[in-house]
Design a protein. Structure first.
Length: 325
């Protein structure tokens, strides 16, 4: 989607006060030319801080609300053209101890977003997923997988009169509020040993700017029901430590409840309906897309699996250091 597609439109972002939401708002105001951007979130302090950051730009509309609240969400969605759904509960270990709260937000809240968008005849909705939703082993990943399925099947709703839904799935975001980098820097400055879950651990990494680019491009490419995955590099946790704090002492603390040693974004099962298109993979649902409508090129080989430890792209210590700089 070119910037002109967003010109004079109304964009709503759920969970907009997070790192991704803040970066998307910056790009939208500077490059996309919307009539207004609705910041929908439940934390009034974070909204206040964001208002100060953006100099109280008149194009921004501030709505306090929770995606669990259907009535509030339906009102907020009125007159909206595009939605970026970023709201979620995300802490892996916290989810294991508060399972139903994650279901209420990540699953039921996502269905509320879908229902509100259909009722308001929103044009397009892009929902944000996570690598933890592929072959999930924790409640957070399982709840996000449920959300992914809700969004990719929402186009089949007989009451849907023109709203298109898709999902984008990517790995850990470098520079986000949940990044481990600030912790490593703080401990290294105090001369303390850095806690490493497991020295063999690998992760997918993407920058905030790359994540926003991917979301904007997905609006252009989507027809409905797709799950888009970017081809992004992996990194080893020890390389991250060396990039942040050269020569720092580390100690292993073990996997947290529900944590994986390596991450996966496309399983071998999902790869059967996934196609490569340039620098992204496009996963199509098991139903709703006829076999004759499947792409004729880009099919992945049998047994393909997109995992952080078997990836063909890697960040070196110097690469990570340059990105952090």
């Amino acid at each position: 989607m070119s910037a002109s597609e967003f010109t004079d439109s109304v964009i709503l972002i759920t969970g907009a006060t997070g790192s991704l939401g803040k970066k998307f708002i910056e790009r939208a105001l500077n490059e996309l030319g919307p009539r207004s951007v609705i910041v929908y979130s439940r934390d009034e302090l974070k909204q206040f801080e964001l208002r100060e950051h953006f100099g109280r730009d008149p194009r921004l509309r501030w709505v306090i609300g929770d995606i669990r609240d259907r009535e509030r969400l339906f009102k907020a969605m009125h007159g909206v053209d595009f939605v970026v759904h970023a709201a979620a509960l995300k802490q892996v270990d916290t989810a294991e101890m508060n399972a139903y709260e994650y279901v209420r937000t990540n699953v039921i809240g996502s269905q509320n977003v879908i229902d509100a968008a259909v009722a308001a005849r929103v044009r397009k909705v892009v929902a944000l997923s996570t690598d933890k939703a592929s072959s999930p082993v924790n409640l957070y990943g399982a709840s996000k997988l449920c959300a992914d399925k809700l969004f990719t099947s929402a186009n089949l709703d007989p009451h849907n009169r023109g709203t298109s839904f898709c999902v984008v799935r990517y790995g850990n975001v470098l520079g986000s509020r949940g990044s481990v980098v600030p912790l490593f820097r703080r401990l290294a400055a105090d001369g303390k040993s850095l806690p490493v879950t497991d020295k063999r651990m690998t992760r997918f990494w993407i920058t905030l700017d790359q994540a926003v680019d991917f979301i904007i491009d997905s609006f252009a490419l989507m027809k409905g029901s797709e799950l888009f995955v970017p081809r992004i590099p992996s990194m080893r946790v020890l390389d991250l430590v060396e990039a942040v704090a050269p020569g720092a002492v580390t100690h292993e603390v073990g996997l947290r409840p529900g944590e994986k040693l390596h991450e996966e974004m496309i399983s071998t099962v999902d790869a059967v309906r996934t196609y490569q298109c340039g620098a992204r993979y496009i996963m199509l649902p098991q139903c709703g897309v006829a076999d004759e409508d499947l792409p004729t090129s880009g099919r992945l080989p049998d047994g393909f699996c997109y995992r952080s430890d078997t990836n063909d792209q890697w960040l070196s210590t110097e690469d990570i250091r340059n990105l952090l700089a």
